[in-house]
Design a protein around this ligand. Structure first.
Ligand code: FAD
Ligand code: NAD
Length: 464
């Protein structure tokens, strides 16, 4: 027997689920959100975006104080790391954020159904032995770590991102498998705190999928910072023992084996959609070849009244993508229309310097046969970047050769994640490079590098 009924039950309280629940409640729906973790906020708030950014921020400050304060005329009398306090700070940031969602649920009268949710029939969800009736169900169960065959993640010596955010001491030697976003962010954290970090990447460049020039520049800068890279290489085995982890590496194309030893190994080779024990088979919800829930452009699955959003469906595994899908879906359930331009979802890697992108890469434009012009400007030639002692990197703007419409922007440099927002907004409104170039940018700011890159599309940058 059903014990309660809702307009909407959202399963999963990550950025996709909690945002969808809040927007639906704002629109007057009676909403519940099922979450099996002890806290709300999903991967992002508990073991993803938020704790990793706290560690990136504190390790950045530590490293700056240690490595560059003296050259700026600041004498500290020695900088020491207190890792337990740094971890406590990170935990307090997570707690404040997850409690914040609890507050927002109360404010919006959203019921948190505690426990694992299972869809038992169309319009029926079981949670902790009770069945709840609902008009609509949204699957927002997110993603989980993708492992490597034969490599057992024990979260002590061989860790995923979750374990890498909980290390009790700084490892002497750390091997990171995967030169993607997580590998570089968390590899940077532990490198700044004193570990000798080696990133093993299967393909011939880090950050696959990003603009080629950015990938090359990123590799150069991170190498200069002390990260070691083994590109075109795969790890064929990793075994944890008493004294650390023994690894075997091999060239991606095959060849001689190489042995390595590390105190900690971080496996960061991607994430996979999470639908365990959700009851998809019971109601016949289809998944694709990668286990992601199949939806149409309106987030509908093949079963009436069941929708899905976020990491559990196709598309980039990003919190803001999940959030936007949550809002649009709630509004569609309210009878409104909406859409997401997936070409305009920015990506940011929160290393130092940051890497940010939106739209198409040069490689994609070439492949599609689209004639384009590229404008590039280095932070080195910007007064503010020099004043901040942060001169690595550049902004690159790609514009249609005929119409000048901006087709992509790729940044590596200080505050890249903030600078990209101007271009994303511009692209939403169909901006040309000329529009950005003619817009007044305050001086002295890092934003002037974006303006100069826009001028450079037409070969008329001022400060180069
Ligand atoms: P999730 O956040 O994964 O939430 C799903 C929730 O559903 C979980 O809490 C889970 O417990 C719950 N759940 C699953 N099954 C059930 C069930 N049957 N019943 C009840 N509850 C269930 N993205 C960014 O945009 N920026 C970043 O800086 C960033 N940093 C990251 C750093 C790390 C280390 C990691 C791992 C990820 C990072 N991401 C980042 C990715 C981001 O976390 C995800 O894209 C985002 O969390 C996806 O949101 P979601 O709502 O789809 O799912
Ligand atoms: P990723 O897809 O970014 O990178 C995985 C890397 O591992 C790739 O470079 C891939 O070539 C490499 N790889 C795969 N198999 C390998 C093997 N056997 N040996 C060596 N290298 C191998 O995945 P991730 O870094 O694990 O991140 C997972 C997801 O989380 C991403 O989709 C990302 O969008 C999201 N995330 C986002 C942020 C952010 O937005 N700042 C931060 C962290 C995570």
């Amino acid at each position: 027997m059903a014990s309660s009924s809702y307009d909407l039950i959202v399963i999963g309280s990550g950025p996709g689920g909690y945002v969808c629940a809040i927007r639906a409640a704002q629109l007057g729906m009676k909403v519940a959100c099922v979450e099996k973790r002890d806290t709300l906020g999903g991967t992002c708030l508990n073991v993803g975006c938020i704790p990793s950014k706290a560690m990136l921020s504190t390790s950045e400050k530590y490293h700056e104080a240690e490595a560059s304060f003296e050259s700026l005329g600041i004498k500290t009398g020695g900088v020491n790391l207190d890792l337990p306090t740094m971890m406590k700070y990170k935990d307090s940031v997570v707690e404040a954020n997850t409690k914040g969602i609890e507050f927002l649920f109360k404010k919006n009268k959203i019921d948190w159904l505690k426990g694992a949710g299972k869809i038992v029939a169309k319009g029926q969800v079981d949670v902790a032995g009770k069945t709840y009736d609902t008009k609509n169900i949204v699957i927002a169960t997110g993603s989980d770590v993708a492992g490597l065959p034969g490599i057992e993640i024990d979260e002590k010596k061989i860790v995923s991102s979750t374990g890498a955010l909980e290390l009790k001491e700084v490892p002497k030697e750390m091997v990171v498998i995967g030169g993607g976003v997580i590998g570089l962010e968390l590899g940077s954290v532990w490198s700044r705190l004193g570990a000798n970090v080696t990133v093993v990447e299967f393909v011939d460049q880090i950050l696959p999928g990003m603009d080629g020039e950015i990938r090359k520049e990123a590799g150069k800068i991170f190498k200069k910072q002390g990260l070691n890279f083994k590109l075109s290489t795969k790890v064929t085995s990793a075994k944890a023992g008493k004294s650390g982890v023994n690894l075997t590496l091999e060239a991606a194309a095959g060849g001689d084996e190489e042995k390595m030893k590390a105190d900690i190994v971080l496996v960061a080779v991607g994430r996979k959609a999470y639908t365990d024990s959700l009851g998809l088979d019971t109601v016949g919800v289809e998944t694709d070849e990668r286990g992601r829930v199949k939806t149409d452009a309106h987030f509908k699955t093949n079963v009436d009244g069941i929708y899905a959003i976020g990491d559990v469906i196709a598309g980039p595994m990003l919190a803001h993508k999940a959030e936007d899908e949550g809002v649009v879906l709630a509004e569609m359930l309210d009878g409104q229309s909406g859409h997401i331009d997936y070409n305009l979802i920015p990506g940011v890697v929160y290393t130092w310097p940051e890497v940010a992108n939106v739209g198409q890469t040069e490689e994609q434009l070439k492949e599609a046969g689209i004639a384009y012009k590229a404008g590039k400007f280095p932070f080195m030639a910007n007064g503010r970047a020099r004043a901040m002692n942060m001169v690595d990197g550049f902004v690159k703007i790609l514009a249609d050769a005929k119409t000048d419409r901006v087709l992509g922007c790729h940044i590596i440099g200080p505050e890249a994640g903030t600078l990209i927002a101007e271009v994303v907004l511009g692209m939403e409104f169909g901006t040309s490079a000329e529009d950005i170039a003619r817009t007044c940018h305050a001086h002295p700011t890092l934003e002037e590098v974006v303006k100069e890159a826009a001028l450079a599309v037409d070969g008329r940058e001022i400060h180069m």
